[in-house]
Design a protein around this ligand. Structure first.
Ligand code: ADP
Ligand code: MG
Length: 238
């Protein structure tokens, strides 16, 4: 596990700046939800933490170390997207272990970690199946398993449940919460669903137009929204 710190992060695409100096401290083991309307910069911010997007200005620290110059692999983070991007020709077990194999982890250790993650995610009976033989929820669980086996310092989620139907979304939300309680890995979770943010997060960060409007616990944001935008987004009367 590790803390995450953003110091005056900026991102520009050409002349167009889309993240305007964002600072944030995420504590070790904390679950942060990053919410805001479409296009406000949630994915861009997450991708800068992951090292998938160059940082135009400012610093990203993971576990107290500046990681601006490090590759995604060197940052020891794992990212879960809405599109699961599983390898269709590999089994569930192979999908979950593939990254470990590339990192040179020994086979028995891969097997041990895959089995442990499968147990946590109720995938134990599905390890020999191909992705095409799984439901949407099961596929999303495999994607999470693939992240867990790497035992990352930080989990980054980008709207991981938005492709699932409403019922499954609620079920997976509970599973993510349980998983975080068990594993306790520092998490930054992007969503545009305020209920998801309220139920999952220790603190919520409200982003708007590339700037932070407010940071607080779900209750703080609900009781004392800083402005009309936050009130509207969190859904309490301002
Ligand atoms: P969100 O995830 O909150 O919907 P994004 O982070 O995807 O928002 O996008 C933030 C802003 O940056 C948007 O205005 C988007 O159009 C712009 N943007 C994202 N990626 C690129 C890119 N590769 N080139 C130019 N503009 C981009
Ligand atoms: Mg996005």
């Amino acid at each position: 596990m590790a803390s995450v710190e953003l110091n005056e992060i900026r991102k520009a695409y050409g002349a167009l700046e889309v993240i305007h100096g964002v600072s944030l401290s995420v504590e070790d083991g904390e679950f942060i939800a990053l919410v805001g309307p479409s296009g406000c910069g949630k994915s861009t911010l997450l991708r800068m933490i992951a090292g998938l997007e160059e940082i135009s200005d400012g610093e990203v620290l993971i576990g107290g170390t500046v990681v601006n110059a490090l590759t995604p692999r060197e940052r020891n983070i794992a990212m879960v997207f809405q599109s699961y991007a599983l390898y269709p020709h590999m089994t569930v077990a192979q999908n979950m272990g593939f990254n470990l194999m590339l990192s040179g982890v020994a086979k028995p250790e891969i097997e041990r970690r895959v089995n442990e993650a499968a147990r946590m995610l109720a995938l134990g009976d599905l390890l020999d199946r191909k992705p095409s033989q799984l439901s949407g929820g099961q596929r999303q669980r495999v994607a999470m398993g693939r992240a867990i086996v790497r035992d990352p310092a930080v989990f980054l989620f980008d709207e991981p449940l938005s492709n699932l139907d409403a019922k499954l979304r609620v079920q997976m939300r509970t599973e993510i919460k349980t998983l975080h309680q068990k594993v306790g890995t520092t998490s930054v979770y992007v969503t545009h669903d305020q209920i998801e943010a309220m139920t999952l997060a220790d603190r919520i960060v409200v982003l708007n137009g590339g700037r932070i409007e407010q940071v607080g616990t779900p209750l703080e944001l609900y009781r004392a929204p800083a402005n009309l935008f936050v009130a509207g987004f969190i859904g309490s009367p301002a």
